[in-house]
Write a protein that binds this ligand. Structure first.
Ligand code: GUN
Length: 285
C-alpha cells in the first residue's frame, strides 16, 4: 500500500495561520517582531533563501531587515554589526545566513549573536542547552521535522530512529531532539559501512546527506516513517530528495515529498522562533 504523504505546505499553512494571530496579539500591545538577516556575498542559493525568509516575514506580520554585505567584507565589520543588532530593542531575532565566505570563522560569528536573539538555535550555548534538554530555540529544520511527526501522531518514545547525516544544522540537532523524546537513536553518515543494515532497522528514518535518491526501497523497513530533508537540484533543473520517493513511498508508512515536504516547514519554524523571541521580550518588559 502506498504511504501517507506528509504535506509540508499544508502543515506549514496551519502553523502560519496561528503565527499570524500571535503577531496580531503583539501588535495590539504596540509590538512587532523584528528579524535581522545577515547575508555576506552573493551565493545564489543563499540569496534565494534570504529572499524567501523576507517574504515569509511579510506574510507573518514580522518586520525583517536584510543586510547584504559584499563577499570581501571583513569578519570584524560583521561582528560589529551583530553587536549593534544585539543592543537594538526593535530586533528580536538575528540570523546569519550560512555558509559564510571562506575567510570567516563561522563559529565566532554565530557566537557573537545574543543567545536570546539566536532564532536559528546555532549559538554554542543554545546547542548545549538543546543537548541538556533546555533548548531556548530549536534549530528550524529539525523543529519542522518534529512538528511533522507530531501532526501525524507518529510514536517516538521507544522507537528506533535512524538519522543519516551529521550536520550541525540538521543531523546532530534532530538526533538530540528524538533522543530527548525517548527514541533509541542511531546516527549514520553517507559513508557508514553497510548503511542499509542500519536504515532497515529504523521505525523513523531521517535523511539529510545531500546525496540524491541514495535511500532506496530495499533500505527501508515496511511501514517506517521516512523524513527526507535533502533538496538536490538535478542537471535537468528538477528537484529531488535524498530518498528515492517513487519506490520508497510503496513501502513506507509515512513519507515526506521533495519539494513540498520539510522545505516549507523550515522557514515556518523560523517565523515561529521570531514571534516567540518577541513574545519573550515583551514578557520581560
Ligand atoms: N544555510 C542552510 N540552512 C540554513 C539555516 O537553517 N540557517 C542559516 N542561517 N543558514 C542556513
Amino acid at each position: 500500500m502506498s504511504a501517507d504523504i506528509i504535506d509540508g505546505n499544508a502543515i506549514a499553512g496551519k502553523i502560519r495561520a496561528e503565527l499570524k494571530i500571535r503577531a496580531e496579539n503583539l501588535a495590539q500591545h504596540g509590538m512587532q517582531s523584528g528579524l535581522a538577516v545577515i547575508l555576506v556575498g552573493d551565493d545564489p542559493a543563499s540569496c534565494i533563501y534570504v529572499r524567501n525568509k523576507a517574504k515569509a516575514c511579510r506574510e507573518s506580520g514580522i518586520r525583517s531587515e536584510v543586510y547584504n554585505f559584499p563577499g570581501e567584507t571583513s569578519q570584524e565589520t560583521v561582528l560589529q554589526h551583530i553587536h549593534a543588532l544585539n543592543a537594538n530593542p526593535e530586533i528580536h531575532g538575528i540570523l546569519v545566513q550560512l555558509p559564510l565566505p571562506p575567510h570567516f570563522e563561522s563559529h565566532r560569528v554565530i557566537a557573537a549573536i545574543a543567545i536570546e536573539k539566536d532564532v536559528d538555535g546555532f549559538h554554542p550555548c543554545n546547542v548545549g542547552a538543546l543537548a541538556t534538554g533546555n533548548a531556548l530555540f530549536y534549530p528550524c529544520t529539525p523543529y519542522g521535522v518534529m512538528m511533522m511527526l507530531k501532526e501525524r501522531d507518529v510514536l517516538i518514545e521507544g522507537q528506533h530512529a535512524v538519522v543519516v547525516g551529521r550536520s550541525n544544522i540538521v543531523g546532530k540537532p534532530i538526533s538530540l531532539m528524538l533522543l530527548e523524546r525517548g527514541a533509541t537513536v542511531t546516527i549514520c553518515t553517507s559513508k557508514t559501512r553497510i548503511l542499509a543494515e542500519h536504515t532497515r532497522n529504523a521505525d523513523i528514518l531521517v535523511v539529510a546527506t545531500g546525496k540524491p535518491r541514495m535511500i532506496t526501497a530495499d533500505m527501508v523497513k515496511s511501514g517506517a516513517t521516512v523524513i527526507d530533508v535533502g533538496i538536490n537540484r538535478m542537471d535537468d533543473g528538477t528537484l529531488c530528495g535524498d530518498v528515492d520517493f517513487t519506490s520508497v513511498k510503496e513501502k513506507a508508512g509515512h513519507i515526506t515529498p521533495v519539494p513540498g515536504g520539510v522545505g516549507p516547514m523550515t522557514i515556518t519554524m523560523l517565523m515561529s522562533n521570531a514571534i516567540e523571541a518577541a513574545e519573550r521580550a515583551r514578557a520581560a518588559m
